[in-house]
Write a protein that binds this ligand. Sequence first.
Ligand code: ASP
Length: 581
Amino acid sequence: MRTDYCGDLRAADIGRLVAVCGWVARRREHGEHLAFIDVRDRSGLVQCVVDGAHDLRSEYVVRVTGAVRQRPEGTANPGLPTGEIELGPCEVEILSVAEPPPFQIDERVEVDETIRLRYRYLDLRAERMQRNLRVRATVNSALRRAMEAQGFTEVETPMLIASTPEGARDFVVPSRLSPGSFYALPQSPQLFKQLCMVGGVDRYYQIARCLRDEDLRADRQFEFMQLDAEASFVTQAEVLAFISEAVAEAAEAVTGERPAEVPVMTWREAQERFGSDKPDVRFAMELTELTDVFAQTGFNAFKAECVKGIRVPGAGDLGRNKLDSLTDQAKRWGAKGLVWMRVEPGDTATGLALNSPVAKFLSDEEQAGIVVALGAEAGDLALIVADERPPVNHVLGLLRLELGRPPVNQGGFNFLWVVDFPLFESIDEQGRPISAHHPFTMPHVEDWALLDSTDPQDLLAIRSQAYDLVLNGWELGSGSVRIHRSDIQSRIFGLLGISPAEAQAKFGFLLDAFRYGAPPHAGFAFGIDRLAALLAGEENIREVIAFPKTQSGADPLTSAPSPLDPTQLAELGLRVLPRTT
Ligand code: ASP
C-alpha cells in the first residue's frame, strides 16, 4: 500500500511520487480550497497538501499519494526531520474513520495515566512510546546476540510451577484437575536454571517473564522481564564478565556508545561511601568519616559509635523551612537527629566558620576538623548524623540522593558491580538469620568457619559470593555463586530454620538432583524493563512496557483483575469469601 514511511522522507526525495499510510495527526486549513494534514506513522510525520473538501479528522486512517516537493520559501520547519518537504498535490484515500480520541496523542499534556492506559493503543501511537518500544526491542536483541556469542543456549522454563525462593509473595493458579491444589507462577526461573546445570546445559540463558506479588512502584511491576543466566564451572569473575558484556552490547546498540568497563565495589565500601547497596555514582557528595574528629567531644549528640557527614556544594543558602523539613525527613528515615551547618567565610584558621545552632557546643578544633574532612567551601551546607554505623550510613545515603541526584537522563550510564554482599541481611525475633539473597547462595570460602558461630554478629559478618549490578542508582539485578555441596546447603538451611522436611517439601527436586552430580555453578539475572527505561531516559518502567498495570495493579484496558463467574469457580473447587478488612 505504501512506498515510504512518513518520517523517512527528505529533501533527497524531492520529485518522487510516493504513497504513505497512517493517521491524521493534525489538520490546518490553507486558503479556501486546500488543507494541510500531517500524516503520522511509526516513523514520524509528513505534511501533505490536500483538497480542502475532504472530510479528514484527527486519527482518520489514510493513504496519501503525491509528489515530494520543497516547502515554499520561509515555511520550512527545522524542528521536524521532514520539515523541509511536503507532499502535494495529493490524492487521499480514507481507509478508516475515527471517533475523536479521548486525549491529544502527539502532545503529552497532563493526561491522567489511567486514561492513557485505558486507551493504551492510542498512547502507543505517540512518538515517545514508539521510540521506547524500539529501544526495548533493540535491548532484547542485543542481549540475545551477546549471550549467544558467549556460548549461552536459550532454554525456556515453565510458567506453572511450584514456588520459587525469591522471597516475594507468589501469584498462584488454581488447578482444575486437582481441586484445592495450586501452581505458583515463577518469581524467577531460579530452580530450573540450576537443574539445567545438573542437566549439563553448561551455559543457559533466557529472556524470562517473572511474577512477584509485591507493591508496585516506579521501577516495579507484578510481571517483569529478566535476562536470566547460569553457567557451570565458572567463577564469580567470569559471571560478571558475561553480564558486563551483555549490558555493554545493549547500551551500545541503543546509544551508539560502548560504556566503560564496569567498576567493581564491595558492599561494605558502597555502604561507607554512599550509604547504599546500589550507589548512584553519577555524582560525588560521598559520606565522610568524622568519628575521629569528635573522639573527645563534649557535645552529647556526637558522643556516638559513628559520626559522618556530607557536604552539599552551594546549598548554604537553603532556608530554615527546608532545613527543618530535611531534619524531619532524616528522623523518619531513622536518624536521632540531623545537624546542619552553613559554611561561611570566617576569621578562623581555615578561613571558614560554621553557622549552625550547635556550633557553640563544638570546639574550634572540631569545627576546623569538619571543614577539612569535608573539603568544605564557603557557600556549602554540611549535614552530620551521629549514631550506630548502619543508620548513619543509611540516612546520609538517602539525604545524598535527595539533595544531589541528577535527573534520569543526565550523567551518562554508570554501571557498577557491588560484590561481597553479606550472606544474611538481619536476624529475626527468634534469633534466626534472614537470607540476603536466596538460600542457595555460597558463602565466601574465607568465612565458612563463621557458619559455626553462635554469635549473631559473626553470622552478620559472613560475606557471600553474591553480587548486584547497579546502573545510575537503580538495582538492575542480582546473582550468586551457588551452593553445589549438600553439606554446606544443609548447614545453611539449618541456620535459616528450614528443617530437612521443609527443605525436602519445597526444594526436594533440586536437592535430589544435586545427589546425582552437581557441577559448581553460578548465575545472574537482571531486569530488562529497568535497563530499557534507563537507556530510554525514562523514570518509570511503565513507559517501556507496552501494556503495564497501574500503581494499584489494575489494567484499565482489559479490566483485569476481575471476578470469575460461578461455574468457573465451581470447576476449580473455589468459593470466594466475603472481604474482611
Ligand atoms: N533468581 C535471582 C533473582 O531473580 C537471580 C539469580 O540469583 O540468578 O533475583
